[in-house]
Design a protein around this ligand. Sequence first.
Ligand code: PLP
Length: 412
Amino acid sequence: MIDVGRIRRDFPILQRQVHGKPLIYLDSAATSQKPKAVVEALVDYYTQTNANIHRGIHALSEEATALYEGARGKVARFIAAPRPSTVIFTRNTTESINLVSHAWGLRHVQPGDEIILTEMEHHSNIVPWQLLAQAKGAKLRFIRLNAEGQLALEELPQLISGKTKLITLTLMSNVLGTINPVRAVIQAAHARGIPVLVDGAQGVPHLPINVVDLNCDFLAFSAHKMLGPTGVGVLYAKEALLEEMDPFLGGGDMIRDVWLDHSTWNDLPWKYEAGTPNIADVIAFGAAIDYLEKIGMPEIHHHEQELGGYALDRLREIEGLSVHGPSDPSIRGGLVSFEVKGLHPHDLGQLLDAEGIAIRAGHHCCKPLMRKMGVVATARASFYLYNTREEIDALAAAILKAKEVFSVVAHR
Ligand code: PLP
């Protein structure tokens, strides 16, 4: 059991008020809040160490380099990557996926080839593949969703063919909360020699991950959804793939040598990190990893599943409210998308905001999924290690109040 009261004291923002009410932050799937340790790491870096890395011979540069590369080591340990050099820092999950669609895709995907996605992907894991497919004359195919918001995996053997070059899917849906059986997909893909990219934007912040055990070929995720700063993403990839792929961006740091007519590439991981990286935020991301590890990922996952199950129970009690996604809490992460009959999700979001409750309302960057679900938007409450049952009670009470306000307005 984690000590949520103690954790909450580490997050200064959770002490503030919004519209005169204590903040109830239920939007961590969009971005998480940051503990003091992360903010302090940023301040310490800028007040004590600030220097450019890798090329300086002075003390500050050496210290900054050690901190930056130390953070890479922490990320590698967190996902059990075999070597820190298989961890590439990018700006976010989106950039990590674009790195693969360019550096791997342009080389391997040819006219007529196919890439398999799922119907629940975030735009970040659809649009880069559309661009690649357009550039190369390839085709995208999709694993369907069933009525429970789960992947229709029984159809995968028919989707995979000799033309399939890659399967790419999210570990956890940011709309439905579904935790996908990525291990089964990876095994089926590998049996046909096909690599798999896992979009870990929602999974890595909430579940223990071991990339060796999972055997994924690529894993993309963002620091800002796991207590870290914005502006830092990660691409993990198997070493052989990183060695074989071409660079994504060209410039300083990613080269070994440059002539006027050609260049040669730096070793991993720097071959994929062109220009001055986001040094301060990467270092502060290291502090976020320390924080998560101190609490323990299995404990965090357990807490969120417990909260998710409680939220399902409380919300289902509300007349006219329907929850999207699997009914089985054991295959859901800590987020709940829902609809309240007669209340537009944006109106609901605004009424909850007036109560100090921050939820998300909209298409969640999943427009194809919204069309599939037959809605234009959903309301979404998402939980993290700092959320409590009392906050879910407050959410349920505020939804009931919003329903009352709207029925009064509707009957005027
Ligand atoms: N994939 C999923 C499943 C997401 O939920 C998100 C963000 O919400 C992303 C990708 C994109 O993350 P970022 O905006 O940090 O690149």
